[in-house]
Design a protein around this ligand. Structure first.
Ligand code: GDP
Length: 176
């Protein structure tokens, strides 16, 4: 059976850059605003798994997009929530998205919800407005995993995000 992952966050935080990096190992710079579902196979713990990744140019305004948001949340087994370390509003949106996902899915064990938080654009440290510590604290408060990465500079950190989510999904299946 396929595993469904949705990548969410405000515009321009690097959702497409992260998705394309994961799928192709490349960073191409500009991606457009196309809503896409990509299918790909990965080796995880020596096993091949098929993954569908929904790269979703979510605007961050939950009230405008409620039904589409719910559709994405119900479709997905795991969530990658992205903000830019240079954009505080995008960080605040991630915080709201976590609460909204948890209440939409109505998990029995919400502290094991398969959500990872990603602070992207780590290479732009001179323009940083969200401290790493704030990302860690949000992850601690919401029981999510946290990674700071640069889709522009590093494939391996992006791969770690994906593997972190897969681990989290395995845990979630055991306890929900
Ligand atoms: P999306 O709207 O969230 O899908 O964002 P995109 O993936 O389209 O990226 C928005 C802009 O940020 C593009 O100009 C990307 O080249 C740039 N970008 C994405 N990730 C990074 C990163 O890690 N570092 C830097 N410096 N720029 C990035």
């Amino acid at each position: 059976m396929d595993t469904n992952i949705v990548v969410m966050g405000t515009e321009r935080v690097g959702k497409s850059a992260l998705t394309v990096r994961l799928l192709t190992r490349r960073f191409i710079g500009e991606y457009g605003d196309i809503e896409s579902i990509y299918s790909h196979s990965f080796m995880v713990d020596g096993r091949e798994i098929s993954v569908n990744i929904w790269d979703s140019p979510y605007s961050g305004d939950l009230s405008v997009e409620t039904s589409l948001f719910e559709k994405k949340v119900q479709w997905a087994d795991g969530y990658i929530l992205v903000y830019s370390i240079c954009d505080r509003a995008s960080f605040n949106t991630v915080s709201r998205l976590i609460q909204a996902i948890k209440s939409t899915k109505d998990y029995l064990n919400a502290d094991k919800a398969p959500i990872v938080i990603v602070g992207n654009k780590r290479d732009l440290h001179h323009r940083r407005t969200v401290l790493s510590e704030e990302g860690w604290l949000l992850a601690l408060k919401t029981d999510c995993h946290f990674y700071e990465v640069s889709a522009a500079e590093n494939y391996h950190s992006v791969l770690m995000v994906f593997h972190g989510l897969m681990d989290r999904m395995k845990d979630a299946k055991l306890t929900m």
